[in-house]
Design a protein around this ligand. Structure first.
Ligand code: BV8
Ligand code: ZN
Length: 236
């Protein structure tokens, strides 16, 4: 912990990669834990374009249910500690795999949302993309003003990441002196490859997770515990 605090204090360029774990203490279920979201469902059944085309209503019921549970969630001390860190550092980039919008609500400024945003909808026909925070949605699936069917504004398996976004994330990871990897099982690509990229660029990698992950062996410092407790201590 002391070593990690030192590295963070002395760094002027910091990149952060967050996953569902940082929102767990806000009451948002993670994907792969024992009570994870994927337990009741399988990713290939729901978080893919094929699943959506096969049964848009089922996929929308899942997202409407997730929006409902996220709407009640509040940013936790982990999200807030990252806002504090962003204020302290000249070069700070927050890269998140989360679609819950809790980093925005905590007050983070620069957020690269690699997997999109559950609070945005996109029209399949005219490609319009807009925010819609209604919970529950009045009609599933929701439709666009043009009459086209809308999909959740998230990135599904097999879909490319928003193009400019991935490039910026790579640059931030390659330029960082310290990369914080928080609350991710590091199994989804290309997000997880940012760790290898930062390592190749000689960044110090600090992992915060309640359990071991596939990258724990390649980080410089692995802090075991809930991010809502560890981050405020790291940043104070
Ligand atoms: C792409 C949708 C190419 C939105 C998500 C075989 C091998 C390798 C890769 C692949 C492969 N086959 C296919 C691929 C690629 C695939 C992939 O990575 N699959 C994996 C599963 C093998 N990736 C893709 O398809 C990506 N696209 O590659 O496109 C392409 C290029 C050009 C043109 C066409 C195509 C797209 C990936 C995005 C998928 N979308 N979600 C939504 O519904 O949310 S991914 C899904 O998993 C979530 O978005 C989430 O963000 C992501 C990662 O999960 P985590 O955030 O890590 O959450 P998880 O529950 O897993 O872990 C939580 C962690 O927190 C745990 O470690 C736990 O211990 C910890 N924790 C819990 N509590 C706490 C805590 N830590 C700290 N404190 C706590 N309190
Ligand atoms: Zn439309």
């Amino acid at each position: 912990m002391q070593q990690a605090r030192e590295w963070i204090k002395n760094a002027s360029k910091i990149a952060v990669l967050t996953g569902a774990g940082i929102s767990a203490e806000s009451g948002v279920p993670t994907f792969r834990g024992d009570q994870g979201l994927w337990k009741q469902y399988k990713p290939e059944e729901l978080a893919t374009p094929e699943a959506f085309l096969r049964d848009p209503r089922l996929v929308w019921e899942w997202y409407d249910w997730r929006r409902h549970s996220i709407a009640k969630a509040l940013p936790n001390p982990g999200h807030k500690a990252l806002v504090e860190l962003e204020c302290q550092k000249r070069y700070f980039t927050l890269i998140t795999q989360n679609v819950d919008g809790l980093h925005d609500r905590a007050g983070s400024g620069r957020i690269l949302k690699l997997h999109g945003d559950i609070w945005r909808l996109r029209c399949l026909d005219c490609r319009a993309d807009w925010p819609d925070r209604r919970v529950p949605l009045p009609k599933l699936p929701p439709h666009c003003r043009c009459g086209g069917m809308a999909r959740p504004g998230v990135v599904w398996f097999g879909e490319p990441l928003p193009d400019g976004m991935w490039m910026e994330a790579e640059h931030a990871a390659a330029a960082a002196e310290v990369l914080l990897v928080i609350g991710t099982s590091a199994v989804v690509y290309p997000a997880a490859s940012l760790v290898t990229l930062a390592r190749a660029a000689k960044a110090r990698i600090i992992e915060i997770n309640i359990e071991e992950t596939p990258i724990s062996g390649e980080v410089d410092c692995s802090l075991r515990g809930p991010s809502g407790e560890i981050l405020p201590k790291l940043v104070a």
